[in-house]
Design a protein around this ligand. Structure first.
Ligand SMILES: NC(=O)c1ccc[n+]([C@@H]2O[C@H](COP(=O)([O-])OP(=O)(O)OC[C@H]3O[C@@H](n4cnc5c(N)ncnc54)[C@H](O)[C@@H]3O)[C@@H](O)[C@H]2O)c1
Length: 340
């Protein structure tokens, strides 16, 4: 009989409930048995959706439950480290949402704690589990477009930032919240590490917070160089309102690959007022729904098969290194060299 991995979801907000519903309904050899969130309201709403045996307002209590094999950490990023350290010490495997933590030192502590306690640490870069991105990676690796020269990656999020996101000491701003995906995608698709980064940005959509949060930015443009000479461009934005937009273009010496478009469905509607319209993709939850399922299944499989996660703590750390370098570049208006 296959073992069942019993899961506790820590953080039952937007992204948390994607994982929560997956583990409750769609992931083989897994069972969601516990929910944890200090917000009673969020916990109650989540419980109505997924009906768990155990409810906790404090993650320390969840760690005492010997039935829990693994935790999924989906709290604001600032809490990822302390919860991961407690989980590792309690010998619970960890799937932690991106960005792994606030800075490299925190990531290193998390990686070390997972290693010392022999638990898995997987990071939630679900694009690595998305069918289109996986196909693009296969084509790149096949050599069909020659050598990769330049990867452009764009992510624009529609929603108004959560209050904790305005304080970039707590969120790192969109470079962390939105573009850590692009930074990871560039590393993954090129198979290379970034050597320098230059970022420019500003707050264009939430001027009302600029007195309280003068460093907050909602739009960023980043220019990257890799150690082997490849080039990267990242365009990020929060609160764009028109939809969720994630597109990547890989230029090789003999071809190119486009991943994604702005449409929700593959239809264009023509009407008598001589307009062509196409509904925009409204949410990352919809666009990457199946990628989240594949990511959650891969987490359970790596525990059961005792294999290395497909997206490791080191991938989380490297992306956080680039988030921090990008933020330093933006705040200090200079090119930042990235240590190898
Ligand atoms: N993979 C993705 O594309 C993706 C998308 C969205 C968010 N995220 C990441 O997921 C994390 C959560 O983001 P969100 O948008 O769901 O935020 P959210 O604000 O919607 O939800 C966070 C939840 O965590 C709870 N929480 C706060 N402190 C806690 C603690 N100590 N213990 C347990 N729960 C706690 C809050 O009460 C809230 O319910 C962030 O790290 C974010 O970067 C990833």
């Amino acid at each position: 009989m296959t073992e069942l991995i019993k899961i506790c979801l820590i953080g039952t907000g937007r992204a948390g409930m994607i994982h929560g519903k997956n583990f409750a309904r769609r992931i083989e050899n897994a069972q969601l048995i516990a929910l944890c969130d200090p917000s009673k309201e969020s916990l109650e709403l989540a419980q109505k959706e997924v009906d768990c045996q155990y409810l906790y307002e404090d993650y320390h209590e969840a760690m005492q439950n010997p039935e829990i094999d693994a935790v999924v950490i989906v709290t604001p990023t600032i809490y990822h480290k302390e919860i991961a350290l407690a989980a590792a010490a309690a010998k619970k495997h960890i799937l932690c949402e991106k960005p792994l933590a606030m800075d490299e030192a925190e990531c290193l502590e998390m990686i070390q704690a997972a290693e010392e306690n022999q638990v898995k640490l997987q990071v939630g870069f679900m694009r690595r589990f998305d069918a289109s991105f996986q196909e693009a990676k296969k084509v790149v690796d096949s050599g069909a477009i020659g050598d990769v020269v330049l990867v452009k990656s764009l992510t624009h999020g529609p929603s108004e930032p959560k209050p904790w996101m305005f304080d970039i000491r707590k969120s790192n701003g969109p470079i962390g919240e939105v573009n850590s995906h692009d930074l990871d995608t560039l590393r993954w698709l090129t198979g290379s590490e970034v050597s320098s980064i230059y970022a420019n940005g500003g707050n264009y959509r939430s001027p009302e917070v600029s007195d309280e949060f003068p460093d907050y930015y909602d739009t960023v443009a980043m220019n990257l160089r890799f150690t082997d000479g490849k080039l990267g461009l990242i365009d990020g934005a929060q609160y764009v309102q028109y939809g969720y937009d994630a597109r990547t273009e890989i230029l090789g010496t003999r071809g190119s690959i486009l991943v994604g478009d702005q449409g929700k469905h593959n239809i264009v509607v023509a009407t008598s007022d001589q307009k062509l319209t196409q509904p925009t993709m409204h949410s990352w939850m919809y666009l990457f729904r199946e990628a989240y399922v594949a990511e959650d299944q891969a987490f359970v499989d790596c525990i059961l098969n005792d294999t290395t996660p497909q997206c490791t703590g080191k991938d989380g750390l490297m992306s956080v290194r680039l988030v921090n370098a990008g933020l330093t570049s933006l705040l200090e208006n200079r090119i930042v060299e990235v240590e190898g």
